[in-house]
Design a protein around this ligand. Structure first.
Ligand code: SAM
Length: 377
């Protein structure tokens, strides 16, 4: 009951803040398992939009994006529209590879044409973000920048880490971060509600996360997370570069979020996907749709944020609005299946090998599970 009240407060603060400027989910992994084609109709929680923008390279018939956070949805709309409309790859890379453009007003003015009027107003007021860098804006970026200042890590440190063995990387991570994050004032900051906001973890999800990790404290959890990231391909892990260096690895063409890469940009420019953006809860968007509307549902890890009765309502609405054989994707900080806990295995069949492989591959290392379900009518 108290957690539910705290989560309501969390959601009302979170939904009004610019928290993320990138999606903290491995959209390259999603693309490999979603099975999109030209008949696909996707309903997606946008978050910061790297995933939604990446979908258009696969030319689905439609992508309907929703989010309760208008900052995230407006950014997702800009990324996806730019992917389809901005012909100059240099200009596109400037905006979303570097996050910097010398004349953002003109290009953003062109891109918002045809988007919902509130999104046009949103970007007319914020085009200046691209003068300094999009990737320095938002709560998570500010938290990470403070973290870099405190620990002294930067792009050079990241480059040196990339060249080392996993064991040596872990030793370096322990040397630099273990003492810093256990200092009482930093440990207290890491436990604070402000930190939960910047990580996009509500109280329910935090409790699920700590329980899943044997009830350890938040500092230990973050250290374990950093050590897990050290085991990934650090040359191309754009989440690690963004966090440690404050920028992507521009020495490589495959180290930015997939939607930013040249091959996907070429495909996106040719796509005929119909895009829509609604500032709403996914439950409200589902409630107004008829049966057989969508073939794919992308829920980020929002299901982890929900109490059980809301999860039940969400899945019932997905089942009602899905085409037969539709695909539902969500991430979770728990190993246990939410669908199974709710007794819904007959309506949603886990694609076990794909989900196991996706969970293993996701380079954020933030989730225990990346689950793909087939919707059975
Ligand atoms: C659940 S959060 C967590 C972080 C996420 N893994 C990411 O990388 O952004 C992702 C997004 O879900 C949105 N969200 C949460 N609950 C939602 C709901 N019921 N309907 C629509 N969007 C929701 C948040 O506003 C946020 O932009």
């Amino acid at each position: 009951m108290i957690t539910t009240l705290k989560d309501r407060a969390f959601q009302s603060v979170f939904s009004n803040l610019f928290v993320y400027n990138i999606l903290w989910e491995d959209s390259e992994v999603d693309a490999a398992f979603l099975g999109l084609d030209e008949t696909s109709a996707v309903l997606a929680i946008s978050a910061a939009g790297c995933g939604v923008a990446g979908l258009v390279a696969h030319n689905p018939a439609s992508v309907d994006a929703v989010d309760i956070n208008r900052h995230h949805l407006a950014l997702a709309a800009l990324k996806a529209t730019a992917a389809m409309r901005l012909r100059s790859y240099d200009e596109f890379y400037a905006l979303f590879g570097l996050g910097v453009h010398t004349h953002p007003d003109a290009v953003l003015g062109r891109l918002v044409d045809g988007l919902p009027p509130w999104i046009a107003v949103f970007w007319a007021r914020r085009s200046h973000l691209f003068r300094s860098s999009l990737y320095q804006c938002g709560l998570t970026a500010r938290m990470l920048s403070a973290f870099r200042r405190l620990t002294g890590v930067d792009a050079d440190w990241m480059r040196s880490l990339v060249r080392k063995s996993t064991a040596d990387r872990m030793r370096d991570i322990d040397d630099v971060f273990a003492t810093a994050i256990r200092k009482p004032h930093i440990a207290a900051a890491l436990r604070s509600p402000a930190q939960l906001l910047s990580l996009g973890i509500n109280f329910t999800q935090r409790d699920r996360l700590l329980a899943e990790n044997g009830g350890c404290d938040f500092s230990s959890l973050i250290l374990a997370h950093l050590r897990a990231v050290a085991g990934t391909n650090l040359e191309t892990n754009w989440f690690a570069w963004y966090a440690i260096a404050g920028t992507f690895n521009h020495d490589r063409s495959d180290a930015a979020p997939p939607f930013v890469r040249a091959g996907n940009h070429e495909r996106s420019i040719r796509a005929t996907t119909r895009l829509s953006f609604r500032h709403a809860s996914i439950l409200d968007r589902l409630a107004e749709a008829p049966a057989s509307t969508w073939s794919h549902y992308m829920l980020c890890d929002a299901v982890d944020w929900m109490p059980e009765p809301v999860q039940r309502r969400l899945f019932a609405e997905i089942h009602r609005t899905s085409r037969d054989g539709g695909t539902m994707l969500y991430r979770s900080v728990e190993d246990g299946s939410i669908v199974e806990r709710l007794g819904l295995q007959k309506q949603f069949r886990l694609k076990q090998p794909d989900s196991d492989e996706a969970s293993r591959l996701d380079r954020t290392r933030q989730y225990r599970r990346v689950n793909f379900y087939e919707v059975v009518q």
